[in-house]
Each structure stands twice: as C-alpha cells, then as structure tokens.
Write a protein that binds this ligand. Structure first.
Ligand code: SF4
Length: 447
C-alpha cells in the first residue's frame, strides 16, 4: 500500500491486524519500506531499537526525496513571545512566570510594533507568536497584537498560538474553539503553530505537562483549524522521559488525524533541553536525534515535510538531519542593534529593545529557544555591513544544504517557494544566528 500525503488510509489498528494475519512474515521491514508500505507500531519500534543507523538514514533520505526531490525548504522567521505569564507549570519549561513575579512581562503594543519594524529591516518573512496561558489577559490583547503586526509587516505571514493556547482561551472565556480560531483568522493569523504537543501518550503527558490539554483536545483544535482551511504543523518534544514506544505512539496518532483531515504541512521534532524540573535529565544525543528524524519520516507517511529547527539542534546536527529525513530547515533571527566594530567591516548583534529591567531580565532568562529578544537563541551574531540577519541565515543554510548535495528552496508559511538559491555559497566568515549554540529548550511551543 503506497500512501501519498493526505490520502485516506487504513487505521493503524487495521494495518496491525493485516500484518498479524500475514503468515511467514515475507514483508520484512526493508521490503515494506522499499515498497512504500505503511508501517506498523511494531515496525516503528524496530526503527528505533534494531535498525542500523546509517541504513535507517538512507531509507529516510530516500523517502524524503520522493516527496521533495532534491530541494530542502528554508524559512527565516522571527519568534515573539507576547507574554511569559502562564497558569500552567510544565515540568520542562523554564520560560513561564506567574502573574506578579518580578520578571513576568506582557509586551506592549509599542514593543510589538518596534519588533515588527526591526524584523522587517532584518528580512523576516514569517512571525511565530506564542506565549504563556495568561489567566486574565483578554483575548482582544492578542488579536490587537496580531492586527498590529499584520499592518506593520503586511508582506510577512503570521503563525500564532499553540493548540493549547487556543483551547485555554476558549475554555477560560466560555467560547467555542472554532470561534476563537475564526477570530485569529480575522486578525490575520494564517496558521496556528504545532506546539503544545510534547508527548501525547497519556501517562507520560500527565508527568511532563502542567495543563489539562490532552491529545484529544489538542487534536480537536487542529481538526477545527483544518476545517476552516488553516494548514497547521505538529511537533513532538523528544528526549526527556518518553520511550521509543511513546514516540511511535505520538506520530501514529498524528498519522491517523492526518488521514482524517490532511491539514498538516509539517512535523517538527523538538529537542529537549534539560531545565526546570527536568534539569537533571541529559539532553538527547545526536544519534537519538537522528533516529527521531528518520523514524518519524518513515512512519509519518502522509505528512509532506519534516522540519529541523536549527536553533535547537545546532548547525551540525541540523545538517545531518537533512540526511535523515528532514527536508525543511528553519532559522530564527533575533533583533539586532547594529554597531560597527573596530574594523568597520562588521557589527555585533545586540538586543535592541530598551525594555524595563524586569523585561530585560526575562529576555536574559528566556530559555524558551524562541528568541527574538536577544536571548540565548540569538547568539552573538555578527552582521557584516550591507547584510541583514536573514541574509546570514540564508547564507548558512545555503552552505549546510549545498554540502548535502541538495538545493535550498526558500518558502513561505504555506510551502510556496518564493526564491531558490543556486550555486555554491561563499564560506561564512561570521557566526550567524542560526549557528548559535543550541538554545536551552523550547517551551514545547517552537515551530
Ligand atoms: S510550556 Fe507553555 S503551557 Fe507549559 S508552563 Fe511553559 S508556557 Fe506554560
């Protein structure tokens, strides 16, 4: 059975049953993959536990090539966290603060407009806006923020809110999820983000997530978004307390939802970074990361793209992920204050916002990996005269992708290719934001 993205298919249970009835086991895993057959839960476990890593990578790369050819998609965006105030307490989150804490913040309209203008100057094409689950901030604050961004940067697209935020504000305000989504669309939001997924398996989810949005509720928000024509993404936070079986379970749930709606464009594995109540857990290794990318590519046969978020994986591992099933790489730029250095040839990126003390502290402590604030995710980028931060990211991506034998395809939020880079790029002599040391964890809401 060969499946294309969005093609209705047998459920996982049906496939498992069919497999079980197949006597003699002629369908080896390698043969199934070569034939483009849908993989079972047991196959998924095998991918994690017993398949040679390089063979796994080869399978995943070939599968990605059938979907994207020799192109690797790129995107330059800017993540803005509108508030770090959150009612929840997720065990992996070092970002959230309680209302009234000294370093809790809510961005003002002026600060949002400043960020929009700075991002436009730096070549941003997409905004990604998420935040905490604020107990009292009215939904109109967020809608006004999205409208302001849309007016300041009309040629960029806006992805905003995780399914968890949509669910939270709908429940808090006694509204239907569909109504909140309609409000977002009306404010210029073209897609909700894939965050808040973490791990869907209920027993693990209960241990790591500090809110009540289950898989069923997360899926209901994306199903509703797909019903009104929003294309969305899905993530998985891997490498904390979950097992390979939990990862397989996670992507198979997504696969079944995708069979139903066809609304997911991309799956984004997010690499756990030790912090908060899981600070004593080691970060996932490179081998573990590559298995996640490859196994996800092979299992999730109906989602067209797998994205590596370079800020969380670093440039080297991100580049390897492109040979293990990823066909999309995203970099996030920070805001920059360009100041010439002593050579007059380059400038050092610095946080540009003149925030109050509390907000600056929040930025410095922002361990969300969603830096558009000069926090850890932005690194110490050096921007040569005449270039933008986006230029630097494009140049680095051209190098990373070119070395794998593929070509970069710069895309918009809907995967329409806006420009293609060709030819060998010059070697970067500076350190773009995309090559910053992997930022301490996302709040599970990146991408
Ligand atoms: S991950 Fe999101 S929902 Fe959970 S505590 Fe952090 S900000 Fe709140």
């Amino acid at each position: 059975m060969t499946l294309q993205a969005g093609t209705p298919a047998a459920t996982t249970d049906q496939v498992e049953a069919a497999d079980a009835s197949a006597q003699g086991g002629a369908n080896t895993l390698a043969a199934k993959i070569a034939n483009g057959a849908r993989l079972t839960r047991a196959d998924g476990l095998q991918l994690y536990e017993s398949v040679d890593l390089l063979e796994l990578g080869e399978w995943a790369r070939e599968r990605a090539a059938t979907l994207s050819g020799d192109g690797i998609f790129t995107n330059v965006n800017c993540h803005i966290n509108l508030t770090n105030v959150c009612k929840a307490s997720c065990s992996y989150c070092g970002f959230s603060r309680k209302e009234g804490e000294a370093d809790a913040y809510v961005l003002t309209a002026e600060a949002i407009a400043d960020r929009a203008r700075a991002a436009r100057a730096q070549g941003v094409t997409e905004f990604h806006l998420v935040g905490g689950l604020h107990p009292t901030l009215p939904l109109s604050y967020f809608l006004d923020a999205f409208r302001l961004l849309a007016s300041e940067v009309p040629d960029a697209s806006i992805k905003a809110f995780t399914a968890v935020e949509v669910d939270f504000y709908a429940e808090r305000d006694g509204r239907a999820v569909a109504d909140v989504l309609a409000d977002l669309a009306d404010a210029g939001v073209v897609s909700i983000t894939g965050g808040g997924a973490e791990i869907f398996e209920p027993s693990v989810r209960r241990r790591v997530v500090g809110h009540n949005v289950t898989w069923e509720r997360w899926a209901a928000v994306h199903r509703a978004a797909h019903e009104i024509g929003m294309r969305t993404s899905a993530t998985m936070l891997y490498g904390h307390i979950e097992s390979p079986a939990d990862r397989v379970d996670h992507v198979l749930r997504l696969r079944e939802l995708q069979d139903e709606t066809g609304g997911f464009d991309v799956f984004v594995p997010l690499r756990f970074q030790p912090q908060a109540r899981l600070a004593d857990r080691p970060a996932p290794t490179g081998v573990e990361a590559l298995r996640v990318f490859a196994a996800s590519r092979l299992l999730l046969d109906n989602v067209p793209h797998i994205k590596v978020f370079s800020v969380m994986h670093g440039p080297s591992l991100s580049q390897l992920a492109l040979d293990f099933g990823a066909d999309d790489i995203e970099g996030t730029i920070a805001e920059y204050e360009i100041t010439e250095d002593l050579t007059g040839m380059s400038a050092t990126a610095q946080p540009s916002e003149k925030r109050d003390t509390a907000e600056n502290d929040a930025a410095e402590n922002d361990t969300s990996g969603e830096g558009c604030f000069g926090g850890p995710a932005s690194g110490g980028a050096i921007v040569p005269d005449g270039m933008t931060a986006a230029d630097l990211i494009r140049r680095e991506f051209a190098t990373l992708i070119g070395e794998t034998g593929r070509r970069p395809l710069e895309r918009d939020t809907g995967y329409n290719v806006s420009a293609a880079t060709s030819g060998a790029p010059e070697t970067a002599t500076t350190t773009p934001a995309a090559s910053a040391t992997a930022a301490p964890s996302a709040s599970g809401e990146a991408a």
